[in-house]
Design a protein around this ligand. Sequence first.
Ligand SMILES: [Zn+2]
Length: 87
Amino acid sequence: MAKIFHQPIRMCATCRQRIIQNELLRLQCVDGSLQHFVGSGRSFYICKNCIEDENKVIKTLMRQCKSGDRDRFTNKLKEIIADDRKS
Ligand SMILES: [Zn+2]
């Protein structure tokens, strides 16, 4: 059980809670388009509670991506959630 203390803690960009990295999704925006973090560039974390709360998370995405294309984010978000459930 002591293992948990060695897990990196990151802040959810939506609710600002500090949570172990395993419980967060790491995302990034490239040219205004949302995707899973691919290893370089600026990224942010969304916790698994917030990712289910579309209205909340879309606001965060619009801020992080500096884009107002809500429909595009909604679709991409669904893909990301589906991917996450597979793994
Ligand atoms: Zn959150």
